[in-house]
Design a protein around this ligand. Structure first.
Ligand SMILES: NC(=O)c1ccc[n+]([C@@H]2O[C@H](COP(=O)([O-])OP(=O)(O)OC[C@H]3O[C@@H](n4cnc5c(N)ncnc54)[C@H](OP(=O)(O)O)[C@@H]3O)[C@@H](O)[C@H]2O)c1
Length: 328
């Protein structure tokens, strides 16, 4: 095994141009950790926040960003996957923008060999997050109307398909007509521009006055209050992200007469407390993919395209998931 590998090391927070590949020692797996040779890296919205120094206040420098990878096991402790097994790994503390990662077994999910690494990388963070939003917290039932924001983004496009697969009726929002077209391609029944002033009325119109039974919200900020007004009696509001990077406001008194609940979650925190996760949700997502009910929207890029990828995410230009293929 080589002693050195390539990884992105941030020596300063700042614009995408601070992302540089450098040569570093291969990480040393600790007790209970697997060492994985990375094939594909999922680029996440949160990576851009990490890069700007806005994700965690205790973020040290130098630091390697990246929350998910797919690769092959190089070595694993007893009870872990055999060397050569394809795995998808949550690199919850960062470190994913690298050719090799060392992570505890509870963050390592096995991937069937017939699922390409780049596809698995679109299904791990986005797939498991969407699964939690739609099923674990949203409890979507057949026939229910589900409002999904940023529906052409990675979480949104995956959520639309999961709602469809559960027999729900997805209502998509996005900022442009082109993105709404993407959402319709993924199965959105109704597609609405994400204009906060009129959003609640348009959702009520689209649902015969009832409102949405569930909201899957990865944006928040200006969309939060109108989406709450669009929530039906007994509705469940799931806060899965905050892409707007602004607070939303809520008059909590409205929840009581309408018997509504609000849940928020971070996959890594849920998984850390639930030993059966994340493999269980990932398996459910893989099963939907195998049955043709979840088609990943993936753009494959090279390692030198990371700077452009971060610009694209911050400029709201991309659709679906951006995945770095390290073998390219
Ligand atoms: N809870 C969890 O564990 C978890 C896991 C994964 C992701 N997330 C979060 O979920 C959110 C969506 O993730 P994702 O992977 O789907 O991201 P993504 O593919 O980059 O999509 C984000 C979308 O948010 C919308 N948006 C609204 N305001 C924005 C702004 N100020 N800047 C950039 N985009 C803005 C854009 O869609 P429009 O142009 O259509 O508005 C954009 O395409 C993020 O906040 C992410 O951190 C949470």
């Amino acid at each position: 095994m080589p002693a050195m590998h390539q990884a992105v090391a941030l020596s300063a927070f700042g614009p995408p141009e601070v992302l540089h590949w450098v040569k570093q020692p291969v990480p040393e797996p600790g007790p209970g950790e697997a060492l994985v040779a990375v094939e594909a890296i999922g680029v996440n919205f949160a990576d851009t926040m990490v890069r700007r120094g806005e994700y965690r206040r205790d973020q040290p420098l130098s630091f390697t960003p990246g929350f998910e990878v797919v690769g092959r096991v190089l070595e694993a402790p007893d009870g872990g996957p055999a060397p050569g097994t394809r795995v998808a790994v949550f690199t919850d503390d960062g470190g994913g923008y690298a050719e090799t990662v060392a992570e505890p077994l509870r963050r390592v999910c096995t991937v069937p060999d017939d699922v390409p690494a780049t596809v698995a990388a679109t299904l791990l963070v986005s797939g498991v997050t969407a699964w939690y939003a739609v099923h674990r917290f949203g409890q979507v039932q057949p026939g229910e109307a589900v409002l999904v924001h940023a529906a052409a983004g990675s979480l949104g496009a995956t959520s639309i398909q999961l709602v469809r697969a559960a027999g729900g009726r997805p209502i998509a929002t996005a900022s442009t007509a082109a993105k709404l077209e993407v959402a319709r391609r993924h199965g959105a029944e109704v597609s609405l521009l994400s204009e906060p002033e009129t959003l609640a009325d348009r959702v009520r119109q689209a649902t015969g006055g009832q409102g949405a039974d569930v909201v899957v919200d990865g944006v928040g900020g200006p969309l939060f209050a109108p989406s709450m007004r669009a929530l039906a009696f007994g509705g469940r509001y799931v806060i899965a992200g905050a892409a707007a990077q602004q607070p939303g406001t809520l008059d909590t008194r409205g929840l009581m007469p309408r018997t509504q609940t609000i849940a928020g979650f971070v996959v890594a925190r849920v998984a850390a407390r639930d030993p059966a996760e994340p493999q269980a949700a990932f398996d459910a997502v893989l099963d939907l993919h195998r049955r043709g009910l979840l088609v990943p929207d993936v753009t494959i890029i090279g390692r030198d395209d990371l700077v452009a990828a971060h610009h694209s995410i911050e400029g709201r230009r991309h659709v679906g998931k951006l995945v770095v293929d390290l073998r390219a």
